[in-house]
Design a protein around this ligand. Structure first.
Ligand code: GLU
Length: 454
């Protein structure tokens, strides 16, 4: 088989959202899996709705997600230009080609594709009637994801509008032909266009590519399709929220595809190795922001400590959680217990600020939780303090102190955890408490607990 050539063909008419990114990604994965080429083509024929700003968001998000293209904007390639707005001459030429073959005709200023034989229904004598359903065999499409799909075009359709602008179906197919596209991987919303596209390929006398229509992405909380307006829909939002691009990309891979052994958080090289169109699900995928966060947290946890520190330090400096005087060693100690618990780098400042200042904020929700069931957190800390003061400052010794005080007061050791955590950090959650005490150190921990208990 000839080399696989796939393309992502966005129209820059809106922000780059999860659905588009996932379509781009499945094309990219397939190209990389097959050792083929990934082409980026900008379908910007709609002058009214296109914008340079949207184009830049697409390019920027694709680069951020590490989806490099082999041909396209900024890369060039043998079949350029890769902007449809710059290919008008070609479209006119290709229209003439169809007209010369008798497969396109003009009517009311627009150009129509003439379907083959008896199926053509827009001849002059028929125009004034309603189109009746034509008894012609449906076209059978062997979709790589959907399997066998039957569709029929039963009437001629417009390929060039009376204002001289080519129609989406026409430019899409002309470019797929010119760019030697072997596989069209796109959202299921385009399935209904495919019979038109196949008719066009046939009219040009070209074998159509293989199609793979990938499932829709449903919004997290309802039956509908995810839209650009839904919470969590835009890629740039994850960029802003300091998600790791490899984690976002990893999560997108899971929207309609599952790794063979069920291990979902994995390096991109492994995904590329495993990915195949045949295993893309037929059923719709549901967007789940919690799962996205989970994948991000897992990916953070898997980073080498030095890499995590290199990501964290500039954020902590910028948010003034630390200043340049904090040593790598001290930072590494704190990050060592934070890394396995933090969900996103965005949360680092609030998550670990208390290690570097006693002047931390008290979380109101955490405070309310402490006293919810009539608990008295200050009393708990008072009960515990003498034992902590007497303890050696190691995790096992501290754990023993909690246990002893619990036993003496007929309480669980964990009854003391939340009050202590709140007393030293003002938070309701965070890294493992005994580790926090160890890394915060004896003097600082006891001073904060005494202040809280007084
Ligand atoms: N410009 C079309 C879109 O954004 C491309 C469709 C296709 O991939 O064929 O939906």
């Amino acid at each position: 088989m000839s080399q696989v050539r796939v393309r992502f063909a966005p129209s820059p008419t809106g922000f780059f959202h999860i659905g588009s990114a996932r379509t781009a990604l499945f094309n990219w994965l397939y190209a990389r899996h097959m050792g083929g080429k990934f082409i980026l083509r900008i379908e910007d024929t709609d002058k009214e709705r296109n914008s340079e700003a949207f184009l830049n968001v697409i390019l920027d998000s694709m680069r951020w997600l590490g989806m490099d293209w082999d041909e396209g904007p900024g890369m060039g390639g043998p079949h350029g230009p890769y902007f449809q707005s710059q290919r008008t001459e070609l479209y006119r030429t290709k229209l003439r080609e169809l007209a010369d073959k008798g497969r396109a005709y003009e009517k009311d200023g627009a150009w129509w594709l003439r379907l083959e034989g008896a199926r053509s229904r827009a001849h002059d004598e028929h125009l004034k009637r309603d189109y009746e359903k034509v008894d012609s065999p449906p076209m059978v499409l062997d979709d790589l994801v959907r399997g066998r799909v039957e569709r029929a075009e039963d009437r001629d359709f417009v390929i060039f509008r009376s204002n001289g602008e080519p129609v989406f179906h026409f430019v899409n197919v002309v470019d797929d032909i010119e760019m030697r596209i072997t596989h069209v991987i796109r959202g299921e919303d385009h399935l209904s266009n495919t019979s038109k596209h196949v008719e066009l390929f046939r009219a040009f006398g070209v074998e159509p590519p293989r199609y793979a229509h990938i499932p829709l992405i449903l919004k997290s909380d309802g039956p509908g399709k995810m839209s650009k307006r839904d919470q969590g829909a835009l890629i740039e939002e994850y960029q802003r929220r300091r998600f790791l691009p490899e984690a976002v990309r990893n999560y997108l891979c899971l929207l309609g595809w599952t790794p063979a052994d069920g291990k979902e958080v994995l390096p991109i090289g492994e995904i590329v190795r495993q990915f195949d169109l045949k295993e893309v699900h037929q059923s719709n995928a549901r967007f789940d922001e919690r799962k996205m966060s989970h994948v991000n947290a897992q990916t953070l946890r898997g980073l080498p400590a030095a890499e995590f520190a290199a990501l964290a330090r500039p954020i902590l400096l910028e948010t003034k959680v630390i200043d340049a005087s904090v040593s790598d060693a001290r930072l590494a100690e704190v990050l060592g217990i934070v890394q396995e618990k933090v969900i996103s780098l965005e949360h680092l400042p609030e998550f670990m600020g208390f290690f570097f200042t006693a002047d931390f904020k008290q979380d109101e929700g955490a405070k309310a939780n402490l006293t919810k069931k009539g608990g008295d957190p200050v009393a708990r800390v008072r009960e515990l303090l003498p034992a902590l003061e007497a303890a050696e400052w190691t995790e096992p010794a501290l754990e023993a102190a909690f246990a002893a005080v619990g036993a003496a007061n007929n309480r669980k050791p964990t009854d003391y955890f939340a009050p202590v955590r709140f007393g030293i950090s003002g938070q309701g959650g965070g890294p493992h408490l005994l580790s926090v005490l160890r890394v915060l150190g004896r003097e600082r921990s006891l001073a904060r607990l005494r202040a809280y208990a007084s």
